[in-house]
Design a protein around this ligand. Sequence first.
Ligand code: PLP
Length: 390
Amino acid sequence: MGTYARQDIVFVRGEGCWLTAETGERYLDFGSGVAVNALGHAHPQLVAALKAQAEKLWHTSNLYRVEGQETVAEKLVRLTFAEKVFFCNSGAEACEGAIKVARRYHYVSGEPQRQRIIAFSGAFHGRTLATLAAAGNEKYLEGFGPTADGFDHVDLNDLEAVEAAIGPETAAIMLEPIQGEGGIRPASVDFLKAVRELCDKHGLLLVLDEVQTGMGRTGKLFAHEWAGITPDVMAIAKGFGGGFPVGAVLATAEAAKGMTPGTHGSTFGGNPLGMAVASTVLDIISEPDFLEAVRSKTLYLKQGLEGLKDQHPGTVEEVRGAGLLMGLKLKSHITPAQIVKAANEEKLLLVGAGDNCVRVLPPLIATDKDITEGLLALSRALARVARETS
Ligand code: PLP
């Protein structure tokens, strides 16, 4: 179906941060498949894990215990706030599952009227009907019939608006620590802490969507760690499978208490192939040295982007983001599509976002040399667009 306005490039191979097109041209991948290829392309340990599992067992169904799920769940429980995990295949499914967990929690707690979820304008939680309703973006909802009920929207970082939106039917507050698709818009540390406090005060669940921010992207395993808070429920996907489609809903035992046999399910969720890869991704990314290396690259990339803003004041308005989840907000007469196209011509892949932003999302394994090359290509792309628009 014609759901994508695709660029006319076909990639046939990938290695590290680099992709090779069928023409033989090499591109530096600073989009990471929209924050998915956290370990770059064809990471030898991921390839080995997938091959080894592929020769043993592909699928049995969730009618039986699945060894890989138990392994990955144990790791997630050890590494995060979570005590319970549900596996699925994508970010939208993880967010949809998180919404179900939150509503069901209040249902079994004897407060079935608590069904509404406070969410934030500019958010993105996926393309299912409920996750579209959660984000409330009119553009994506148009033409798809009645919008799923139960979501109240307020502005990010507006604590008073959040407090005013809380009522007797509120079940949860759901947000991305940094809005990715919305244009790399961070929730402030103070805001995240205050939202956690509001949840505690009013008996609400805090649901974090770390589909894009998680798995080391901001230099911590999960972005909420920077604020020193923990959620009750969290959706993850994207980098979790490093390119294999895997997602998960993580929760405290208390928040997950309504999720009893028969309440949720997935044919493919927690498939042995996905679990073999996710287990390896987790082992690599959760290493303190790995995360420390991400943090030091972060500084280098951020400084470089600030330098580009100074060099191209007519094009770049602001540098945004954390870790390797960075964005350039562009001047209003420039569009993200123009920058993405000019970058392509410089053999650099970037991703557009909302709020007139272009995203810079290198694989977490990017070296300083890769980052230097990316910054040089980006500088040439910015100059190219400045020339074309002047
Ligand atoms: N949540 C966030 C924060 C995302 O960035 C995305 C995808 O961009 C999703 C959910 C949806 O994930 P998926 O496309 O895997 O369904």
